[in-house]
Design a protein around this ligand. Structure first.
Ligand code: FE2
Length: 277
């Protein structure tokens, strides 16, 4: 990282060459193997009916302590393994290759430089952004989804394939992390989930953000309050990425956050290194 200085000013930092091409290839191969193995046991048409939306909620809400796959909404006629939106959300605990990456010793000083005194890994996902069907992720702040009452969540976003404007790279609002948290996404008392407005300041529009195209192997560190977005992938090239989210062990993590770790135990400290799997 060119330093916590850039991160403090901009709310994000770019670390080129965090992993090399060979490691990208191995992680891509592992992602594809996971996709192939998971699709058979996954509800495919989870976006199509009300009944299935309910099971979709459960499938999602139970995934904080598991490895599950989720499909693109617009994927008619696409083979299941090619229609995956993402795999999540406990790869850092349960998959040996992605755990080794998640607990890479170089992430600990980065997380500390970004304000997490004792970082623990709480969420991970492989994001496929498939060619032609990979959907937009609307403008959001990660702290909306992983709320804490202390230092905001930090995201480590690693491009495993080149991320370009055409295939849906990240777009960010430099300095936007100094703005307020707009919303919380939480479990609703009646079941399911809900968004609660905390501050009515509008989030920026996508056309007010700047693109962050990066080569495969580049790590992007994101402050939890930084508004960011990625567009649909209308190109013929996939944009595979891995995202790991860490919070401070000392920060409160409310029970109504969507992410729960059952059946796993408490989140692991980056300082502890990779789990034995
Ligand atoms: Fe995000």
């Amino acid at each position: 990282m060119t330093g916590a200085t850039d991160f403090a000013r901009d709310g994000f930092a770019v670390v080129p060459g965090f992993i090399d091409a060979a490691r990208c290839e191995r992680l891509i191969a592992r992602a594809e193997a996971l996709a192939d193995s998971l699709v058979a046991d996954s509800p495919r048409s989870i976006f199509t009916t009300k009944e299935q939306e309910r099971s979709s909620d459960e499938w999602f809400l139970e995934s904080g302590g598991r490895v599950r796959c989720f499909f693109e909404a617009e994927a008619a006629g696409v083979a299941p393994a090619q229609a995956i939106n993402k795999i999540g959300h406990a790869l850092h605990d349960l998959d040996p290759d992605y755990a080794a990456l998640s607990f890479d010793a170089r992430l600990l000083p980065l997380a500390r430089a970004c304000g997490l005194a004792e970082p623990v890994a709480v969420q991970s996902m492989i994001i496929f952004k498939a060619p032609g069907i990979g959907g937009e992720v609307s403008v959001h702040q990660d702290a909306c989804f992983l709320f804490t009452d202390g230092a905001p969540v930090i995201g480590f976003w690693l491009a495993l394939e080149d991320a370009t404007i055409d295939n849906g790279c990240l777009w960010v609002e430099p300095g936007g992390h100094r703005g307020p948290l707009r919303q919380r996404f939480r479990r609703a008392a009646r079941g399911g989930t809900e968004f609660v407005t905390l501050d009515a300041t509008p989030l920026p529009r996508p056309d007010q953000l700047v693109p962050v195209p990066v080569a495969a192997g580049t790590l992007v560190v994101l402050h939890g309050l930084l508004p960011h977005w990625s567009g649909p992938n209308l190109s013929p090239r996939r944009r595979l990425a891995y995202a790991l989210h860490c919070v401070d062990a000392a920060a409160g993590f409310p029970d109504d956050n969507w992410l729960r770790r059952a059946p796993l135990g408490p989140p692991r400290r980056l300082a502890d290194g990779p789990p034995a799997i």
